[in-house]
Write a protein that binds this ligand. Structure first.
Ligand code: PRX
Length: 636
């Protein structure tokens, strides 16, 4: 790529990086403007053609049904199953023997699965689930570390028409319990433990505590990973390996034909208030959308070895470790542990060893690795890489440039993809042919009509900050919030009516490039993970010494944002260093280590509006020494 500074009359980053002729020559899509225009003028034609590239048991009658907006339906009348396209159809081709999944464990063990082997495992486990009484429409909760069984379990559920609810393995007791409760899962899949930085994360102990709080679980299937002794409850807990060796685990299992709009999974994510919301995605639209976005944006080819370094427990992993790479017939690489264990070259070593061609990760990981210097990556041959990607939060130009120079050797364009749990797949993103500006996710994907608007929903001029909205529906969009359609309407469609409100603020520059600034609501992105202030606060308040709590996010060099909490103690309880540490540990126990507040400040009162709402904006302004802004609603 060449670096050519261009004149710019806005304050945004002004370097532009152009793709090399080799990158352009290799790209699936060679021209953006015409196809983008067409995709907006004729979305049904555009998405119908994409869907035709996949296999359907029965073709749809209508691509988009918007008669009950904002409850949009896609590929109405069509019948398919995402697993049919992710696995079954490849078995009829040379891909049967191709590697679908390469998995590397933190202690150094490696497991590989061809499409044939993946199908065998998925089919066997699907039969196990059926024998446990799991039926079409049930919701199975999966709480596993980054293991092949996580992928197998997700696909096995989808294959038989059950929905999965994956809970990130870094979450803890209450986070797991409330997700089990909301989904009313009767089956939970977990492991004895997981490896992280050479230590065991005791997953089954956490699962036991969560099951004690939520007795809906009748069957718990346990994958053996770390091997230590654990509690197994007779009649409830079964070892995965034992079940897989029984005759019921037959390797032959029909893939269930599903309506395009049938639920594929629920994924809980943090919102502005209260409990996490169950974002619902479907078999048809999500399948077409994730397939198309990965194909065009990362230019997936048969010879690629694709590494999405996220966790399958988050949307990035659902879409781009599990479903979309498999639908595209790619080889997906997955690593169990932390990037810096035992040394900060672990990732670079694996890129070299496995010949990874595309690496997709988060700015926080890039910043974390950057601080160890160039010598670690420079010890390795990273010549197999051809494209890089990032997701989760805005990337600071310094990290972008390091990624581009030291990792990509100035050859590999960086796809900065903006999207959300709710959107299913990439929304604003470059293509390999797009001129790049470090820190901008560039332009919308095909079929995606985004804008930056003011409070009245009117577009703001270039360079001005506003609300980021999406003006038309797309196949990968969430369909609703599980069991709470009113909240779906309220959360995403109440402010601007026909425009989807993302919750982010952004600017557009003169070239139409979008610069996402960050969340405008009470969602905090910590190391790219999405957490709600409300969840951290309720974890704090569940401690007997705490009367009230407020959590805010403040900038952090590595994590992007870090959580800071303000706590009012119950009468008679004295604040101390020791109590602050106890409360931090309590949050880690209830929510997970990622939610642990960086600092806890004991206070006598919290700024509130006259209606009693905590003014977190004010706490934040005070902590940063910024002007307090409009305080007219502040209770005096
Ligand atoms: O604030 C945006 C930020 O992450 C939010 C969505 O978080 P989540 O649902 O957990 O999904 C993350 C992975 C898709 C967005 O509202 N975000 C995501 N990608 C970017 C980003 N902010 C800036 N640039 C990005 N590329």
């Amino acid at each position: 790529m060449t670096n050519k500074p261009v004149g710019s009359n806005n304050q945004m980053e002004s370097d532009v990086y152009y793709p090399s002729p080799e990158v352009v020559a290799a790209a699936h899509v060679k021209e953006y403007e015409t196809l983008y225009k067409r995709s907006l003028e004729d979305p049904e034609g555009f998405w119908g053609e994409r869907a035709e590239e996949l296999e359907w048991f029965q073709k749809w009658d209508k691509v988009l049904d918007d008669s009950d907006a904002p409850f949009f339906k896609w590929f109405v009348g069509g019948k398919t199953n995402i697993v049919h396209n992710a696995i079954d159809r490849h078995l009829k081709t040379y891909r049967k023997n191709k590697l679908a999944l390469i998995w590397a464990g933190e202690p150094g063990d490696v497991r590989t699965f061809s499409y044939f082997a993946l199908n065998r495992n998925v089919s066997k486990f699907a039969n196990v689930l059926k024998s446990m009484g799991v039926k079409k429409g049930d919701i199975v909760t999966i709480y596993l570390p980054r293991l092949p069984e996580q992928v197998i379990a997700m696909l096995a559920c989808a294959k038989i028409g059950a929905a999965h609810s994956v809970v990130y393995g870094g979450f803890s007791v209450e986070a797991l319990a409330e997700r089990i409760e909301d989904a009313q899962s009767r089956v939970l899949i977990t492991a004895d433990g997981g490896w992280l930085r050479g230590k065991i994360v005791h997953l089954k102990d956490i699962a036991d505590e969560a099951m004690a709080r939520q007795p809906t679980v009748e069957t718990c299937i346990v994958v053996r990973r770390t091997g230590q002794e654990i509690y197994m409850e007779a009649g409830r807990d079964y070892w995965y390996d034992d079940l897989m060796s029984l005759p019921i685990a037959s390797p032959i299992c029909e893939t269930e034909p599903m309506d395009a709009e049938d639920m594929l999974f629920i994924l809980y994510t943090s919102g502005t208030t209260g409990r996490p919301k169950g974002v619902v995605h479907t078999h048809g639209g999500y399948m077409v959308y994730t397939y198309t976005t990965l194909k065009y944006v990362f230019d997936i080819k048969d010879e690629d070895r694709w590494w999405c370094a996220a966790d399958p427990g988050w949307i990035t992993g659902h879409s781009y470790i599990v479903y979309s790479p498999l639908i595209n017939g790619a080889t997906s690489f997955m690593y169990e542990g932390a990037p810096t264990h035992p040394y900060p070259n672990r990732w670079w070593q694996m890129i070299e060893k496995y010949g990874i061609t595309i690496l997709y990760t988060a700015p926080t990981a890039i910043r974390g690795l950057m601080r160890f210097g160039d010598a670690w990556p420079n010890r390795h041959n990273l010549g197999s890489l051809r494209l890089l990607g990032t997701v989760g939060e805005p990337i600071n130009p310094e990290a972008w440039k390091w990624y581009h120079t030291v990792i990509g050797k100035e050859r590999c364009p960086i796809m900065d993809t903006w999207w959300q749990t709710e959107t299913g797949g990439f929304m604003i993103t470059p293509l390999p042919i797009t001129p790049l500006k470090p820190g901008s996710a560039t332009r919308p994907f095909f079929g995606i009509d985004v804008d930056v608007v003011n409070d009245d929903g009117q577009p703001v001029p270039p360079g001005e900050e506003g609300y980021l909205v999406v003006k038309t529906p797309w196949p990968g969009m969430l369909r609703t919030i599980y069991k709470d359609p009113d909240r779906y309407r309220e959360q995403y469609w109440s402010k601007f009516g026909t425009m989807y409100q993302t919750g982010d603020s952004a600017r557009k520059d003169e070239d139409g490039y979008v610069w996402v600034i960050g969340r405008m609501d009470d969602v905090i992105k910590v190391s790219g993970y999405r957490l709600g202030t409300a969840e951290v606060e309720s974890a704090l308040v569940s401690h007997p010494d705490v009367s009230e709590a407020a959590a805010i996010g403040l900038p952090h060099e590595l994590k992007g944002n870090a959580i800071h909490a303000y706590v009012i103690l119950r009468a008679g309880v004295e604040g101390s260093e020791k109590l602050a540490e106890t409360l931090r540990q309590h949050v880690a126990h209830e929510m997970g280590p990622i939610a642990k507040p960086e600092t806890i400040t004991f206070v006598d009162g919290l700024p509130k509006t006259r209606s009693g709402k905590i003014m977190r904006r004010l706490l934040k302004a005070r902590a940063l020494g910024l002007p307090e802004g409009d305080t007219s609603t502040l209770e005096q």
